[in-house]
Write a protein that binds this ligand. Sequence first.
Ligand code: NAD
Ligand code: WQD
Length: 338
Amino acid sequence: MKILVTGGTGYIGSHTVVELQHAGFDVVIVDALFNSKEEVVDNIAKITGIRPEFEVFDLTDRAKTDDFFRRHQDLVGIIHFAAHKAVGDSVQHPIKYYRNNLDSLMNILEGMTTYGIPNLVFSSSCTVYGQADQLPVSESAPIKKAESPYGNTKQIAEEIISDTVHVNNIRAIALRYFNPIGAHDSGLIGELPNGVPDNLLPYITQTAYGIREQLKVFGDDYNTPDGTPIRDYIHVVDLAKAHVKAVQRMTDNTMKQAFEVFNLGTGNGYSVLEVIKAFERATGMTINYKIVGRREGDIEQIWADPSYSNAELGWKAERTLDEMVASAWKWEQHYRKE
Ligand code: NAD
Ligand code: WQD
């Protein structure tokens, strides 16, 4: 069974390709290499012993996307990771985000309907919940007004998919990721942030490596036990495995509705200072950090209720925070040496 993985040389996509191959799926990757490198394909092949098919083009190009589907009518499903994802950049360049994230999705949905490809897994985000009123947050929690154009593309994308499955007999699963961190145990694939990282873990590992001088902790005056914000960090390999379960739910015909939504989190919340302490514990290093003012747009705390995905997908995040940070550090060192 062949799966198209869009954005498959990216951070979460590459880990998912590995898990799909381990589970016996054939994979074709499409990536425009906007935020990833071709060498990732070599490293996937080093891990699994199987080189996935790979095509480089921009999925917002309607003609090229149609041509791809015309040549790959044997696909049983698509996992659509390809998107721009930098929240701050999306505020500066909203049209870039709406065009890339939504045009690519619509081209894919069009291809699915034209060529009869039945199954779609879509990368959504816990950002759709905003600051949830109740914690842990379950899938039925209300969708809050998006805080950024990026977040809005995820909300709109879910609506586009929901509208499309009713019309065209497509089945789709949206997976709402909490905060993916960490890297493959091999140290061969991991997160490759462009320039100065926005996200906490790459900033910590780059500070530990000496690329950044000091980590800024954005606020310690939140209403949380140590005053720093709380997130549900999830190991990227656990996250990748959930995608295999979602694909299997579709191919096994066990979906309850044509469009389903699942939270992908651990159910545990950790503060920024707890993550720093876990990194120091796991590596024996000391992180140079200072507390600064809050970052605009940050929410105070969120963590998932993963009980619905645990029950329905037969999946549970297994890896601890210490394993997450240790693997992120292994990846940073491996990548810098290379
Ligand atoms: P990433 O940037 O590492 O990977 C995305 C890949 O998509 C990149 O390799 C990029 O080159 C490719 N791409 C982007 N636009 C494309 C296009 N038009 N055509 C072809 N390729 C294109 O990001 P990631 O962290 O792996 O995220 C994957 C998905 O998960 C994204 O949809 C993102 O919004 C979503 N997500 C990520 C997080 C996170 O914290 N990393 C959290 C929630 C949701
Ligand atoms: C985590 C915590 C920061 C960097 C973002 C997107 C979200 C999703 C995941 C895609 C926060 C603090 C961070 C730093 C810090 N992406 N921090 N110093 O903001 O929860 O979520 O990525 O869908 O949509 O908004 O993740 O890693 O940026 O921050 O103190 O240098 O670390 O304030 O509390 P966030 P993050």
